[in-house]
Design a binder for this molecule. Structure first.
Ligand SMILES: Cc1cc2nc3c(=O)[nH]c(=O)nc-3n(C[C@H](O)[C@H](O)[C@H](O)COP(=O)(O)OP(=O)(O)OC[C@H]3O[C@@H](n4cnc5c(N)ncnc54)[C@H](O)[C@@H]3O)c2cc1C
Length: 428
């Protein structure tokens, strides 16, 4: 065995890096394994809801994020065909009233670098390719992109934060997924020179899909959307050849006057990215043979509300608080099961409502019949504000004992808890 750690985290996205930062700063020895080289672009609307900014401060990257991110998101809009309506976004209580947008190539890089700074051993670009439980230890096989290079690493606690776009390397956490006609495929592109009011967050509603756009870092526009399989097929027929991304851009321009206006004269930066199908809902949060899941590996909401980063970060806080609380008991399976029970309860309470509300809003946005609601929304635009509130935009999941220092406004510093992690420098 090359090395043994208190915890091994699979995936260095927002969920995995948050978990690694929290555990490393609490004195755990942590391995963080990320298969891709950073910085990397990612399909995401890139909006970070306001309550997360306090958490990013705690993690020690809040100032860096504010220095880079786009303007505070103070207004929301709904663009459907030629109809457009605007409303205020709710102010979050606490230090930062409004969310911001930051490209994932920057956000994820900041968080992963912070985990390394706090002493986590970062294996990148390495993949976890196999996991086996041996007594009280998870034995993980890691491989690099370079042929033939592999390593075995042991960990008492395993955290699956591998996202939702590829199968989990943990057999016990995999679920069979049938392909369905209602499957949604996700797309994202960035544009420079776009025309969108700073601080405005338009939600796009069109037959067979929904999306959003925002000004993020460097004044670049991020546009991201989900398109149903049949609508995507029709869009590709209409676009008569070309890439799926080009067909989606054409569909968005045809479907929303606000998109045509924003992209008029704008220049795309990089390619259209696509992933899918998305699988909203809750997944398995724990298995004795596979450890704990966080982020999209644990569950996801329809991205119409842009709450995935919140759920990934806040879920990691919830899990790590329970792990630290039961740190000594984790040597026994009964201790692990106790953490699993508490974490599942915390997770359901924090995110169950967001998943249900997002599913309802997504269903309404994609159905032509729901356009009948537009006159009511125009008469009471406050309904859009209310939608953002129930969707979680002003509420963070409660973070418990380990993070009591959150209330004192302190940042997590290496060794500020009981023990200092002994992990060496990053493996890059
Ligand atoms: C169209 C769209 C728009 C969205 N817009 C927003 C938005 O505006 N705001 C918001 O909050 N959320 C949004 N989301 C949701 C958000 O992107 C996700 O919820 C979030 O990225 C989940 O984070 P994660 O850390 O769980 O997974 P990811 O960010 O996917 O990270 C997982 C990481 O694990 C790595 N990995 C995978 N397998 C392995 C392995 N075997 N070994 C090692 N590493 C591995 C991957 O390379 C990846 O870096 C959107 C999603 C979509 C589809």
């Amino acid at each position: 065995m090359a090395r043994r750690y208190d915890a091994l985290v699979i995936g260095g996205g927002v969920a995995g890096s948050t978990a690694a930062i929290l555990l490393a700063s609490a004195g755990w020895s942590v391995a963080l394994v990320e298969k891709r080289t950073f910085p990397r672009r990612k399909v995401c609307g890139e909006c970070i809801a306001a309550p997360n900014l306090a958490l990013l401060d705690l993690l020690g990257v809040g100032d860096a994020l504010r220095a880079l991110a786009g303007p505070p998101l103070e207004r929301v809009a709904l663009y459907a065909g030629d109809d457009e309506l605007n409303a205020n976004l709710p102010r979050s209580r606490g230090g930062t009233p409004f969310g911001r947008a930051l490209g994932r190539e920057r956000l994820d890089t900041l968080l992963l670098a912070r985990a390394a700074e706090l002493g986590a051993s970062v294996y990148q670009p390495w993949s976890v390719v196999d996991v086996e439980r041996r007594g009280g230890e998870h034995v993980c096989t890691l491989a690099t992109n370079r042929a033939g290079e592999s390593a075995r690493v042991g960990a008492r606690v395993l955290i699956d934060a591998h996202g939702s776009w590829e199968p989990s390397p943990i057999a016990a956490m995999r679920s069979r997924v049938e392909s369905r006609g209602s499957d949604l495929f996700a797309f994202k592109a960035n544009f420079s020179g776009a025309r969108l009011e700073p601080g405005l967050l338009p939600v796009l509603a069109f037959d067979g899909g929904y999306g959003g756009m925002v000004l993020a870092d460097g004044g670049q526009l991020t546009i991201a959307c989900c398109v149903r399989r049949d609508a995507l097929r029709d869009a590709r027929v209409n676009a008569a050849g070309g890439s799926a991304g080009a067909a989606v851009e054409d569909l968005l321009r045809r479907s929303c006057a606000g998109v045509r206006r924003a992209l008029d004269g704008a220049e795309r930066v990089g390619t259209w990215l696509s992933v899918g199908p998305i699988r909203p809902g809750r997944r398995r949060l724990f298995s004795e043979r596979g450890g704990f899941a966080v982020g999209n590996a644990a569950g996801e909401a329809h991205p119409i509300l842009g709450e995935g980063i919140s759920m990934a970060m806040q879920g990691a806080f919830l899990l790590c608080a329970r792990l630290e609380e039961h740190r000594d008991a984790l040597l026994l399976r009964a201790g692990e099961r106790a953490v699993a029970r508490l974490y599942s309860r915390d997770w359901r309470r924090a995110f169950g409502g967001r998943i249900r509300w997002a599913a309802l809003f997504a269903a309404l946005a994609m159905r032509p019949a729901a356009r009948a609601l537009l006159p009511a929304l125009k008469a009471w635009p406050g309904l859009l504000t209310a939608g953002a509130i129930v969707g979680g935009k002003v509420r963070a999941a409660p973070v418990t004992s380990l993070f009591a220092l959150a209330h004192s406004g302190e940042r997590l510093e290496r060794g500020s808890h009981a023990k200092v992690a002994s992990a060496p420098a990053a493996h890059r």
